[in-house]
Structure formats: C-alpha cells, structure tokens
Design a protein around this ligand. Structure first.
Ligand code: SF4
Ligand code: SF4
Length: 76
C-alpha cells in the first residue's frame, strides 16, 4: 500500500518566509499568488506533489503553520 500525505498550511499563521518550500526534499510546496489577512503570501502543496511525509516542513516552520496527515486506505 502506498502512503498518501496531505499537507495543510494554516495560512493565518504563515509569515511567508518560504522555509518550508526550501527544505522540502521533493519540492512539494510553492508560494501562491494569494496572501493572508496580514499580507503574507503563503505556500500550498503543488497539484503534482509527491509528499513522502518526512515532516521537514512541519519541524522547520517557525510559526507552526504546517501539519502533515497520512491518508489511510480503508480495507475492503
Ligand atoms: S512532509 Fe516532507 S515531503 Fe512532504 S511537503 Fe513536507 S517536507 Fe515535503
Ligand atoms: S515555513 Fe511556515 S511561516 Fe514560513 S512560509 Fe512555510 S508555512 Fe509559512
């Protein structure tokens, strides 16, 4: 079974530093054209992203704005 991961960015916490974009070994994240209420451009998972769930983006975000979830397949 291949694991699938979802990366959630809490855009209101994000300060647009792009550390998460820089540390992702699979280049899964990209800063978007949209900005949050504080005026910071925040990242999102790219549509063709191949996230491995390594957690680097979660650990290195200084604003605790990133969460990674593993999607579990239902048996049967
Ligand atoms: S969990 Fe790892 S592979 Fe997935 S987006 Fe974050 S840094 Fe990239
Ligand atoms: S590391 Fe955190 S604060 Fe910086 S751009 Fe990514 S989500 Fe935003």
């Amino acid at each position: 079974m291949t694991a699938e991961f979802v990366v959630e960015i809490d855009e209101k916490r994000c300060k647009g530093c792009a550390i998460c974009v820089a540390v992702c070994p699979k280049q899964c994240l990209a800063i978007q054209d949209n900005y949050n209420p504080s005026g910071y451009f925040y990242p999102a998972l790219k549509p063709d992203a191949d996230c491995t769930g390594c957690g680097a983006c979660v650990k290195l975000c200084p604003d605790f704005a990133v969460t990674v979830y593993e999607l579990l397949e239902q048996a049967g």
